[in-house]
Design a protein around this ligand. Sequence first.
Ligand SMILES: [Zn+2]
Ligand SMILES: [Zn+2]
Ligand SMILES: [Zn+2]
Ligand SMILES: [Zn+2]
Length: 311
Amino acid sequence: MTKRIVSCLLALLSAAILLCSCGSDTPSASSGQTAAENSVQEESKAEETTKETTKTTTATKATTKATTKQTTTTTATTACEHDWIPADCQNPETCSKCGETRGSRANHVWEEATCSQPKTCRVCGETVGSPRAHYFELATCTQPKTCRYCGATEGQPKGHNWKEATYDAPKTCTRCGATEGKKLSVSDNWKGSVGTSIPQSFTFTNYKGQIESEIKITKVSIEFKGNNYRDTGEMIIKISGTKTYDINGDGQSRSGKIGIKVYDSAGNVWKEYMFYTPSLTNGETFKDKEVSFVGVPHGSYVVKLLDVNTG
Ligand SMILES: [Zn+2]
Ligand SMILES: [Zn+2]
Ligand SMILES: [Zn+2]
Ligand SMILES: [Zn+2]
């Protein structure tokens, strides 16, 4: 019953469509056909149309089913708020929720080759070529031959090329300038002291046993000098004094003579020496007159002054 009504309605609808589609060419008012004829024609057309319409309806139903399916799919897609994982060299941009992808894969991210690794993709580990060669810097005093890039080493350091310490500089490497210890110190190597109380007068006695002259020593000092090329040094004794007596009186000018003895630290006489003052008359003075000994081994020394005679 319902089907019948639908068919009639569809027939009417089809008739109306047909009338419209041909209306421009054949208006019904001027066709000249009777209403009955029209009606019959219309009915037979309507029947055919109904068949087609039924087919169409069936098709429409199928389409509707498909559409419904599509709609379902579309609804699911729309529901995913995509969370895109950026593309990398392995995968395009990908939704972490639904797995949908878009675009294409990204390029590899290359790390330059190192001495131990070829050019390598940071992401996937793919490699190209072979590791680069080491770039060795020459060995130094303290470092073996060393790769500038990776620090790999070969062989041994050269070791320093030492020049012994001097009084001007500590032990020094002639290649790299490194130093070790302190420079030599005169005071570390030599010490000197005066073993005679000063001031004190010293006499020179001639072969007749007469005192010819007397010199009053007012000051004695001792210095040492190091030698950069020898272990031994120089001892410099500086003496100051005044002439206080001459057998021939105040007008007589002549050198005074004073004995000097140098003792080593064990008390041995290391040096003895006759010191001549400048030629002096009574009352004349001399200052820091030097007596010098070279080849003095490291050590402590005592300097004594003494009377002398020609006996
Ligand atoms: Zn998604
Ligand atoms: Zn890669
Ligand atoms: Zn290297
Ligand atoms: Zn060096």
